[in-house]
Design a protein around this ligand. Structure first.
Ligand code: ATP
Ligand code: MG
Length: 325
């Protein structure tokens, strides 16, 4: 089944994004990988930072060759069918069902200053999915409700106007590694957090990676073993090493059990440096040659527009717009 995955440009790409998501993404005919930049403005943003993040995320997708094999890599903001479909679906969605979205209830319900876009973004997400006839959508538990909303909207449209949409299923991937901050190993490493020493960036240079990994907080005791409760810092480093090397946490723990924290950290730092070096070099090269990256993105957005337009036309036609065909 071709994969459809979107990533929000809400900051610089982290090692957590790479281990937990990006390194598992593979191109195939029909796959869709997009920079969800329309989703990035549902909360406050700074134009310069947004631009920087969009280009970096896009460059990583291209560096991973996700536009090969007939896969699509593009900026969501460059493909107008996304916003157009979102508007059409907004007129089919109900305030009642939208107000039940737990993410909105948790973060926005009693805050009059939250944007209308923040309330409506699950509908934009539905558009992203329905435009490409995605059958399975890989999401974390927190986004499952939004895929269910997408299903409800698809079924509603299909019941009223005939079989326009493929009704998608949420696919919850087997729980993979969750990489934590190197400074606060009880908090997730994430690109929108301001935690410079706790966050390894995918584009950090080798020395910067070494400095951050060697500066990671460790736990009391001196043995290396996996126990997230008792040893959150060491366990996080084991998770990182295993996530990148393909060797298990247990194998790593076995090898470094009595070697001392310093030796263990140096080994983890080297794995990070080595296992990210190809993607880092390719991403940096693309960022240094914007014309090459732009060409990839323009080609992606043209193909995404061609692929998604018939869906918008079909819906517009069905709901009464005479010139939609
Ligand atoms: P934000 O702070 O904006 O939520 P994020 O770093 O959490 O940014 P997302 O855009 O939410 O990144 O997620 C992109 C992908 O990266 C998702 O598939 C998510 O599961 C994965 N991911 C994010 N952070 C981690 C992490 N610390 N460990 C493993 N996977 C992660
Ligand atoms: Mg996140």
């Amino acid at each position: 089944m071709p994969q459809l995955s979107f990533i929000k440009p809400t900051g610089r790409v982290t090692l957590g994004n790479y281990i937990g998501a990006l390194r598992h993404w593979k191109p195939s005919a029909g796959s869709v990988f997009a920079v969800a930049d329309l989703h990035a403005i549902t909360v406050a943003w700074a134009p310069d930072k947004l631009r920087e993040s969009i280009l970096e995320v896009a460059a990583v997708l291209a560096a991973l060759d996700l536009h090969s094999e007939g896969g699509l890599v593009f900026l969501q903001s460059g493909v107008p069918t996304h916003s157009e479909m979102a508007w059409l679906l907004e007129c089919m969605a109900r305030m009642g069902e939208m107000s039940r979205m737990t993410q909105f209830k948790a973060a926005g319900r009693n805050d009059g200053s939250v944007s209308v876009g923040f309330f409506a973004y699950p509908i934009l997400m539905a558009a992203d999915i329905l435009l490409y006839d995605a059958e399975g959508v890989p999401v974390g538990e927190d986004q499952k409700q939004h895929v269910e909303l997408t299903r409800d909207l698809a079924l509603r449209v299909n019941n009223l106007y005939g079989p326009i949409f493929t009704v998608p299923e949420p696919v919850i991937p087997a729980v993979g590694a969750r990489i934590m901050s190197l400074k606060t190993p009880t908090a997730k490493m994430s690109k929108s957090q301001d935690d410079p020493d706790g966050t390894v960036l995918l584009l950090d240079g080798a020395d910067e990676i070494r400095r951050k990994v060697l500066g990671a907080v460790t736990d009391s005791g001196r043995e290396v073993y996996f126990d997230p409760e008792e040893k959150p810092g060491i366990s996080n480093l084991l998770e990182i090493a295993a996530g990148l090397s393909g060797e298990s946490r247990e194998a790593w723990a076995e090898r470094y059990r009595t070697a001392g924290y310093g030796t263990f950290k140096r080994a983890v730092a080297e794995v990070v440096v080595e296992e990210t070096s190809v993607v880092r070099t390719r991403t940096t090269a693309l960022l240094d040659h914007p014309e090459e990256l732009n060409a990839i993105l323009r080609d992606g957005q043209e193909r995404a527009l061609v692929r998604s337009s018939p869906k918008v036309r079909a819906l517009k036609n069905a709901i009464g717009y005479p010139l939609a065909d």
